[in-house]
Ligand binder design. Structure first.
Ligand code: NAP
Ligand code: MG
Length: 400
């Protein structure tokens, strides 16, 4: 069989623990037999990040900027326990945070929907993609406890030293106060990432904030989205047959629950954090959530939303059988290959990405699945298989 050719390298970022094992197996069983993979490899596994003083993460992010598309395995974000476990020189930062900071992106998360795993919300027929603004608000806040009698004020000093002051609260009893910010530049790039992503997957875009209560802060988000939409995207959306729709967050929540799915829901940082967990859980399993980081200048990084599945890895090291779900990682690869195909105009590669996803879904819908799905599936005939058997079943369907 002739292998499918690629023209531009894909930035491949290896990772840690159980997902590193799946990564290798996915390549061997599902990709290399069919595609003449052209990848630029970066080892983001914790030992090599430590060895290179985390330079490898920065190099990988720069390679994504150069080539436009990357695919990433889950990685450990070190904490004190990991510093000891891996004898690290330092408690390195989250690779995802480093990459996001360099690409300045927005994270889109979408569930893989299969028959037998019924969303908790019975009206949902198609995936809901959640777009979360990944900068500012309460994630970069400054907060204080305020003793009784305290006066809290908001003070902005301009570049000439002139102060603008607003009272926040005169405290009769003890309390708390918080300051937070966002920037027009970050909101603008969030807006463009959302509009571009909607065009790339041809789905409607919803955006929601609490602008009725927050008449300056949240209203700024609403205005920036509208201005950019009118100036740069209105025509493109009309041509693609999709719509942009703004509504209050309360109204959005009610509409989302009554909807059939099949759209992108853009949220501010906190709303996105909370709502993405709700949407993921209601669709069934974290192991079925895919994630893509889209930068305002059109670079894409694909990954699974879950972590390195540490508990399964320790079982694996003990020689015990594992049944770890590789769906989100497979879809990270198919998403990245499809995007590469689109940029390089390679229809065969794009068709392969479709076939890989179909073979994966067919496997589960035929009743063969990993244990996490087995516990949820309503199919009358189902069988739980181990991590490698699941990949072999997909490979058999891919060979046709
Ligand atoms: P996790 O790896 O997502 O796993 C949490 C639990 O969820 C697992 O123990 C397992 O439950 C279930 N699970 C998640 N993915 C699964 C899959 N593919 N198949 C089957 N079950 C799955 O989260 P964590 O244990 O909190 O974090 C582990 C490491 O991952 C940490 O070092 C963290 O820093 C890192 N992390 C990385 C990323 C990333 O790179 N994007 C994201 C999150 C976390 P059962 O044990 O009940 O089977
Ligand atoms: Mg969260």
């Amino acid at each position: 069989m002739q292998k499918i050719q690629m023209t531009t390298p894909l930035v491949e970022m290896d990772g840690d623990e159980m997902t590193r094992i799946l990564w290798q197996a996915i390549k061997e069983k599902l990709l290399l037999p069919f595609v003449d993979l052209k990848c630029e490899y970066y080892d983001l596994g914790l030992p090599y990040r430590d060895e290179t003083d985390d330079q490898v993460t920065v190099d990988a992010a720069n390679a994504i900027k150069k080539y436009g598309v990357g695919v990433k395995c889950a990685t450990i974000t070190p904490n004190a326990q990991r510093v000891e476990e891996y004898h690290l020189k330092e408690m390195w930062k989250s690779p995802n945070g480093t990459i996001r900071a360099l690409l300045d992106g927005t994270v889109f998360r979408a569930p893989v929907v299969v028959k037998g795993i019924t969303p908790t919300v019975s009206t949902w027929k198609q995936p809901i993609v959640l777009a979360r603004h990944a900068y500012g608000d309460i994630y970069r806040n400054t907060e204080l406890k305020v003793p009784a009698g305290g006066l809290a004020e908001l003070v902005v000093t301009d570049e000439n030293g002139k102060e603008t002051r607003r009272p926040i609260h005169q405290f009769a009893g003890d309390g708390v106060v918080m300051g937070m910010h966002n920037t027009d530049a970050s909101i603008e790039s969030f807006a463009r990432a959302c509009f571009n992503y909607a065009l790339s997957i041809k789905q409607d875009l919803w955006f929601s904030t609490k602008d009725t209560i927050s008449k300056t802060y949240d209203h700024r988000f609403k205005d920036i989205f509208q201005e950019i939409y009118d100036a740069e995207y209105k025509e493109k959306f009309e041509k693609a047959g999709i719509t942009y729709f703004y509504t209050l967050i309360d109204d959005a929540v009610a509409r989302v629950i009554r909807s059939e799915g099949g759209f992108i829901w853009a949220c501010k940082n906190y709303d996105g954090d909370v709502m993405s967990d709700m949407v993921a859980t209601a669709f069934g399993s974290l192991a079925m959530m895919t994630s893509v980081l889209v930068s305002p200048d059109g670079n894409y990084e694909y990954e699974a939303a879950h972590g390195t599945v540490t508990r399964h890895y320790y079982k694996h090291l003990n020689g015990e059988e594992t049944s770890t779900n590789s769906v989100a990682t497979i879809f990270a690869w198919s998403g990245a290959l499809r995007k590469r195909a689109e940029m390089d105009n390679l229809p065969e590669l794009s068709a392969f990405a479709d076939r890989l996803e179909k073979a994966t879904i067919d496997t589960i819908e035929s009743g063969i699945m990993t244990r996490d799905l087995y516990l949820l599936s309503t199919l009358p005939e189902k069988r739980a298989v181990n991590s490698m058997e699941f990949l072999d079943e997909i490979a058999a369907r891919l060979r046709g």
